[in-house]
Design a protein around this ligand. Structure first.
Ligand SMILES: NC(=O)c1ccc[n+]([C@@H]2O[C@H](COP(=O)([O-])OP(=O)(O)OC[C@H]3O[C@@H](n4cnc5c(N)ncnc54)[C@H](OP(=O)(O)O)[C@@H]3O)[C@@H](O)[C@H]2O)c1
Length: 343
C-alpha cells in the first residue's frame, strides 16, 4: 500500500489522477492534492464527480520537500517548466516521481531546450528519467525513480506505428491526429472557448508541434523512418484519434499485418486490436486506459493504421498509474479496469 501526492490536482489530469486513485486497491491514502490558487478549498468543489470519494480532502500548497518525504509516490500534473522546479525536492524526499509534463521526456536535453525555448533546470535528473511508455520500456520503468510520462499525441502515434517501424515496413509516416479540447488543460482560452471550437475542426502547428520530436525520438529507437505529424483540435471533450499514413513499397496483406500487431503487442493489457478494416472508436476508450489500434487499409504504397485513446487516461493519468503499478510491483491493471462506453 502506498501514500500518494498529486501536485497540480486542480487541473484536468490532476483530477483524473484523483478519480483513478480513489478506488485503487494499493493506495492507502491520497495525502496531498495541491493547488496554489485554491488552497483550503475542498477538492470536490472543483471536481464534483469526486464528492463522495474524497469528502474531506482539501487543496494545499505545501513545500515539495515535505511532499517528497511524506509520500511514496508523487505525480506532478503541472505545466512544463513548473515540473523541473519541483522534481529535485520531491526526489530528495525519497518519493518515486511520475511527471506528466514534457520536462523529462527527452533523451537529449538540448533537444528539449530547442523545442520548448527554455534552459533545463535539472539536466542531471533528466539523464536518470525513463520514458514511461510501458509497451516499449517496461523493464526500465521497473528500475526508475523518475518516470517521464509520455505526451498524449505521442502515446497514440507511437503505439499505432511501432510494429510497422520495427518491421521496416515504411520509409515515411505521416500522423494526422484529432484531439478533444481537454488536451489543452483546464485554463480557458480563446481557442478552446465553446463557440470558437464546437462546430469547427482546425489544424494547428501542422509541421512543428512539440510532440513531433518526442514521436521521432521513440520511433527512431525502433527503426529508420521519416516522421511527420499534424494535430487538429476537434469538437470533442476527450479523446485522440490518430491516423498513421505509412508510406513505402512493402507488400503485405492486411491479415498478415494484423498478425504482426498481434505478435508485437502479445499480452499487452492496454492495447486492443480491432479487426482488419475496423476503425478504433473514441467512445470505446473514453474513460479507459486502452489504446485501440486498427489496421485500417493496405494498398497503393500506403498502410493506414488508426489508434484511439482517451487523452486524459492512456494519454496522461491512466498511463501514469500504469507506470506506478509497474514500478511498485502492483498488478499492472490495478485501478485501471474501466472499459468504455457505447455509444
Ligand atoms: N490535458 C491533457 O490531455 C494532457 C495529456 C498529457 C499530458 N499533459 C500534461 O500534463 C500537465 C498538466 O496538464 P493539465 O491538462 O492537467 O493542465 P491544467 O488543467 O492546466 O492544470 C495544471 C495544474 O498545474 C498547477 N500548476 C500550474 N503551475 C504551477 C506551478 N508553477 N507550480 C505548481 N502547480 C502549478 C495548477 O494549479 P493551480 O490551481 O495552482 O493553478 C493546476 O492544478 C501538463 O504538463 C500537460 O502538458 C496533459
Amino acid at each position: 500500500m502506498v501514500v500518494v501526492g498529486v501536485i497540480g490536482a486542480s487541473g484536468y489530469t490532476g483530477g483524473e489522477l484523483l478519480r483513478l486513485l480513489a478506488r485503487h486497491p494499493e493506495v492507502e491514502e491520497v495525502r496531498y492534492a495541491t493547488s496554489r490558487r485554491l488552497e483550503g478549498e475542498p477538492v470536490w468543489k472543483v471536481h464534483p464527480n469526486l464528492r463522495d470519494e474524497y469528502p474531506d480532502l482539501r487543496f494545499t500548497d505545501p513545500d515539495p520537500a515535505e511532499v517528497g518525504e511524506e509520500c511514496d509516490v508523487v505525480f506532478t500534473a503541472v505545466p512544463h517548466t513548473a515540473a523541473m522546479e519541483l522534481v529535485p525536492d520531491l526526489l530528495d524526499g525519497g518519493a518515486l516521481v511520475i511527471d506528466l509534463s514534457a520536462d523529462f521526456r527527452f533523451d537529449d536535453v538540448e533537444e528539449y531546450e530547442r523545442w520548448y525555448g527554455v534552459d533545463h533546470r535539472a539536466p542531471d535528473l533528466n539523464e536518470r528519467a525513463v520514458y514511461g511508455l510501458p509497451e516499449l520500456h517496461r523493464d526500465e520503468i521497473r528500475r526508475a525513480d523518475l518516470i517521464a510520462n509520455p505526451g498524449c499525441y505521442p502515446t497514440g502515434a507511437i503505439l499505432a506505428a511501432a510494429p510497422i517501424v520495427e518491421e521496416g515496413l515504411a520509409d515515411v509516416i505521416v500522423f494526422d491526429s484529432k484531439s478533444g479540447t481537454s488536451g489543452a488543460g483546464a485554463k480557458p482560452s480563446q481557442t478552446t472557448h465553446h463557440p470558437e471550437c464546437a462546430e469547427d475542426l482546425t489544424p494547428y502547428n501542422p509541421t512543428d508541434h512539440r510532440h513531433l520530436p518526442e514521436i521521432r525520438q521513440e520511433l527512431g529507437k525502433l527503426g529508420d523512418v521519416e516522421v511527420h505529424f499534424t494535430p487538429h483540435l476537434a469538437p470533442l471533450v476527450r479523446g485522440i484519434e490518430t491516423t498513421a499514413h505509412c508510406l513505402g513499397d512493402a507488400e503485405i496483406e492486411p491479415e498478415e499485418l494484423r498478425e504482426l500487431y498481434e505478435d508485437y503487442y502479445g499480452d499487452e493489457p492496454f492495447v486492443r486490436l480491432c479487426e482488419v478494416g475496423e476503425a478504433p472508436r473514441l467512445w470505446a476508450v473514453r474513460g479507459t486506459n486502452y489504446c485501440d489500434v486498427g489496421v485500417f487499409a493496405v494498398g497503393d504504397g500506403r498502410i493506414v493504421v488508426a489508434s484511439a485513446i482517451d487523452n486524459l487516461v492512456k494519454g496522461a493519468s491512466g498511463q501514469a498509474i500504469q507506470n506506478m503499478n509497474i514500478r511498485m510491483g502492483f498488478e499492472e491493471t490495478a485501478g485501471l479496469e474501466e472499459f468504455g462506453y457505447h455509444p
